[in-house]
Design a protein around this ligand. Structure first.
Ligand code: SF4
Ligand code: SF4
Length: 427
């Protein structure tokens, strides 16, 4: 970290000892998993820097933005439109957490058999180690899975900052009407919180910023389709995780610089994995920072992860938003329509997700798909069986993994992944 931020953390009410402990574990994990990789692109140095300052400089930037009257809006789901947040001069910050922290405290508010992602964001807050939650002016939840929906009640009791958007479970005309109404109400809520009006010009600029970020992430995804892959799955996952909390304009510029470097690598035939290394695509539950567990196991076993069919991945950036609108009303309708194309497993039916997985596997030249669900993430666990069947029809090898944030099952994961890779190599 570039300087001592203890006073800033104290001012946010963090538990300094617990926070020091977290930073030391994270630094060790990052050094072991990330900095030990071979053939890393030079452009990753920016993203290494972001991680080194994730609780330092970035929090200072957010506090400076607040001092200038901007509002910090925390989110947990890609259904919350970043465009609307930017249109009221807000800053959008993803709050999902990916580390096994504070589970015991979290279990005083929610059941033991809740998915690790939910336990983690509650555990981080209760342990006093999340500067993002403390900095947020508004925390936006959504009625996607049952676990989150009920956990937001507890989280609101703890933080007093939660606003919940209702996401329908189907995509019929009446569901669309409900969702459009939710988008309108969210726009009103943001305008009230920020004391700012959304204008067509502001919204058009916000759409441009978010589209450019998504286009850069799409570019990265296309480059990963090259054989050999020019970047590791671990690094690409990290970039996707950072996209949820970095400044969007700076992030896009740095990612495009990195993609220029990757373009050259592709031209030179230079890759991160040895020729013939199995190419694996991940599908399923989101992997919030610092959840690098499965990618680390797969790549340590000699394969390369070439894509994530996940919200921390393709589901987040698959579709851009049209900026040709004449009024705010029309823009809000277009936003609602764009966001209801998201193929989250919380919908029934959700067959477009199966088509998207097959199409992605083809474009990325994946040799196999690993379906990843967090334990107790019922919607993705249930849907994994349909994914398995549709991949079987296309003769694409499939492995189902259910895990959490602990390291207890690392040995078993390693064995299963290695056996899967052997099977692919022998096919
Ligand atoms: S998996 Fe579903 S609920 Fe979770 S972030 Fe993605 S869209 Fe939201
Ligand atoms: S991982 Fe699954 S259970 Fe957990 S919050 Fe996301 S959708 Fe819900």
């Amino acid at each position: 970290m570039s300087k001592d931020y203890k006073d800033m953390w104290k001012g946010l009410g963090l538990n300094i000892d617990a926070h020091d402990g977290l930073l030391s574990v994270l630094t060790n994990a990052y050094t072991n998993i990330y900095l030990s990789q071979k053939e890393r692109p030079k452009g990753m140095s920016y993203f290494d820097f972001v991680i080194s300052e994730v609780h330092g400089l970035r929090i200072e930037e957010l506090l400076n933005a607040k001092a200038k009257g901007k509002k910090i809006i925390g989110t947990f789901c890609i259904f919350v439109p970043e465009e609307l947040i930017l249109a009221v001069d807000g800053v959008c910050i993803g709050l999902c957490s990916g580390a096994d922290v504070g589970s015991d405290s979290a279990e005083t508010h929610i059941p033991r058999n809740t998915c690790a992602l939910i336990k983690s964001f509650i555990g981080f807050k209760l342990s006093g180690i999340c500067p993002y939650v403390e900095t947020a002016d508004l925390i936006v939840g959504e009625t996607t899975c049952d676990g989150k929906k009920k956990a937001y009640e507890a989280f609101d009791k703890i933080t007093g900052k939660v606003y919940v958007m209702e996401v329908p479970n189907k995509k019929s005309e009446s569901d669309m009407r409900l969702w459009k109404q939710e988008i309108r109400q969210f726009a009103e809520k943001l305008q009230a919180v920020a004391s700012k009006q959304i204008t067509p010009e502001k919204l058009r600029e916000a759409v441009r910023v978010v589209n450019e970020k998504r286009a850069a992430l799409q570019r990265l995804s296309r480059l990963r389709g090259s054989d050999p892959a020019p970047i590791s799955g671990l690094d690409a996952l990290l970039i996707n995780q950072i996209s949820f909390f970095d400044d969007p304009v700076r992030f896009t510029a740095k990612l495009n610089e990195l993609c220029d470097e990757l373009d050259q690598r592709v031209k030179d035939g230079r890759g991160v994995a040895p020729a013939g290394a199995p190419r694996i695509m991940i599908a399923g539950s989101p992997m919030a920072i610092p959840n690098w567990k499965l990618h680390a196991v797969i790549e340590a076993a000699g394969a390369v992860v070439v894509g994530e069919e996940s919200c921390v991945g393709e589901r987040n950036y698959r579709t851009l938003l049209d900026d040709k609108f004449d009024s705010i009303d029309q823009a809000l309708e277009m936003i609602a329509e764009r966001y209801l194309t998201i193929d989250c497993a919380c919908f029934t039916p959700n067959d477009e997700r199966l088509d998207n997985i097959i199409s992605m596997a083809g474009k990325l030249r994946a040799d196999g798909v690993i379906h990843y669900s967090l334990l107790f993430c019922t919607i993705y666990m249930m849907e994994s069986y349909k994914v398995q069947n549709s991949l079987k029809e296309k003769e694409i090898p499939f492995l189902r993994i259910e895990t959490d944030y602990s390291s207890e099952d690392m040995g078993q994961l390693k064995t299963r992944v290695e056996a899967f890779l052997e099977m692919i190599k022998g096919a």
